[in-house]
Design a protein. Structure first.
Length: 496
């Protein structure tokens, strides 16, 4: 056994253990590739008795970085006592509207929390019984160490790591609850009710349910939730709290879509309306005035800053907006200071600007390549291809839902964009790169984190539980994997 000291806290580990396996969930860096040594995102600073740099590390790290002790946590191994330093800044967090919500029938007496388990990030808010927002916070989903996408985590669970996945996300939620309660001057065990929303796989992994049914045909979930547990059932710091998990629509259209629809009020409006929750998993809904149709499209993590050469979440140091000034790109950096990387909204802006300045053509070819954005931040040809795949998945999903319903975009009265990524999105630039149809740009509205807002509405009015569950129960799911419309549209939408 060896001693590995992580950010000042010592722990014991097997000799030869990967540094990644020695890190607590809250300190684990991003691993979009699932710890396969491909993405180079899991950089840590390590000193002590360590394995020699692996071929993957020699490819990903410069000589200067190696000299400073930078290592890839998924490759470097502890051969003796060593010290590891990590950086785990939480992403910037936007709920959307921060004013008090109506609280006609709250689930709680003292305080209540709404939580959104995103594939990439966790977001939460704390409310008082009168509907006052007491605090809000966000952090990276600790499960990212098992991979950036849902499929990687389902596979990890199937290989026997389900308990570890559950423990990681529960610890993340407990940390958020502690942060929220501390900001409100409360003890972390005070909340007596929670609503936790998320996609179907995230709720399976939270509850320790076997996600095997989500991994193979016919992809039918054997548990769609719409149930109330206790904090003790989930190992939360408020064991006596009632924890409501909203109903999912289907195996790959989750409770987060149901709560986003509630927040948007989509099914209460006349006419034809679209909702797109753009994240690692793009979930899209179409309401035609009578019937609700939904689909899930694998957008991947590019819009959340993962999987790109200099991608990062929307936090301090991230380029979040880009414009063209006098023929050159001009960037805004969150928090000011030097740019460290670029987040999803910055990538959308940058590509739109590169198109406008003809550095990028409609096929996605960059010339010159890489293309400078701000300081050391640049976009590579591989980055562009990753965004093309992501934006094509979302755009083709929008096309498929409308065409399957026998409609065109001219009949759509509004498009609502939900998700943390959407909070920063420049709608005109999203149209310019083909993420959303140009004809819908004037009718597009930004909702912020609608899934979380919907969860908060359920927290503050338990009379909404039944109608939200009924909406999810009655919704039709369109299977994109078997849709000829989708595959045709996906190819067409690849172009800028």
């Amino acid at each position: 056994m060896v001693t590995v000291t992580v950010n000042g806290t010592a722990c014991r580990a097997e000799t030869g253990a990967r540094l990644m396996d020695c890190l607590p969930a809250h300190a684990a860096p991003e691993t979009p590739c699932g710890g396969a040594g491909r993405c180079g995102k899991c950089r840590v600073v390590a000193r002590g008795v360590l394995s020699e740099p692996s071929p993957e590390e020699l490819r990903a790290l410069s000589a200067e970085e190696l000299a400073r002790g930078v290592r890839l946590a998924c490759c470097a191994r502890a051969l003796g006592d060593c010290e590891v330093l990590t950086g785990t800044n939480a992403p910037a967090f936007i709920l959307g509207e921060s004013e008090a919500l109506p609280a006609p029938a709250p689930m709680f007496r003292r305080a209540g929390a709404a939580v959104d388990i995103g594939t990439t990030t966790l977001a939460a808010c704390l409310y008082g019984p009168d509907g006052t927002l007491l605090a809000q916070a966000g952090k990276m989903n600790p499960q990212r160490r098992w991979g950036a996408d849902v499929i990687s985590r389902i596979e990890a669970s199937r290989k026997g790591e389900g308990e570890e996945l559950a423990r990681a996300v529960r610890e993340g939620i407990n940390e958020l609850l502690a942060e929220l309660c501390a900001a409100a001057g409360l003890s972390a065990d005070v909340p007596d009710a929670l609503v936790i929303t998320g996609n179907t796989a995230m709720l399976y992994l939270l509850t320790g349910s076997d996600p095997d049914c989500l991994a193979h045909a016919p992809f039918e979930a054997d548990r769609l939730f719409g149930e109330t547990l206790t904090g003790a059932d989930l190992g939360l710091c408020c064991p006596g709290a009632a924890v409501y998990l909203p109903r999912c629509v289907s195996a790959f259209v989750g409770a987060d879509t149901a709560t986003a629809l509630l927040a948007a009020g989509l099914t209460q409006r006349p006419g034809v309306h679209l909702l797109a929750d753009i994240g690692t998993n793009g979930e899209i809904a179409l309401w035609n005035g009578q019937q609700l149709s939904c689909c899930s499209t694998a957008a991947g993590p590019a819009f959340e800053g993962a999987g790109l050469s200099m991608g990062m979440p929307g936090r301090a140091g991230a380029v979040d907006h880009v414009t063209v000034e006098k023929g050159a790109l001009s960037a805004h950096v969150l928090g000011g200071g030097e740019a460290e990387g670029i987040c999803g909204s910055g990538v959308v802006d940058a590509l739109a600007c590169l198109l406008a300045t003809e550095v990028l053509d409609e096929s996605g070819l960059l010339d010159p390549e890489p293309a400078p954005v701000c300081g050391k931040v640049q976009l590579t040809q591989k980055d562009v291809r990753a965004v093309q795949l992501a934006k094509s998945a979302v755009a083709a999903g929008l096309v498929t839902l409308t065409q399957t319903a026998g409609l065109g975009f001219d009949r759509v009265e509004s498009l609502s964009i939900a998700g943390g990524f959407g909070s920063y999105l420049d709608v005109k630039n999203a149209g310019a790169i083909g993420l959303i149809p140009q004809e819908l740009v004037p009718r597009t509205r930004i909702l912020g984190n609608a899934a979380l807002r919907g969860a908060a509405m359920l927290l503050l009015d338990d009379g909404l539980h039944a109608p939200c569950e009924e909406t999810a129960r009655r919704a039709e799911t369109i299977d994109l994997a078997s849709s000829k419309v989708f595959f045709s549209a996906y190819t067409d939408c690849m172009f800028f």
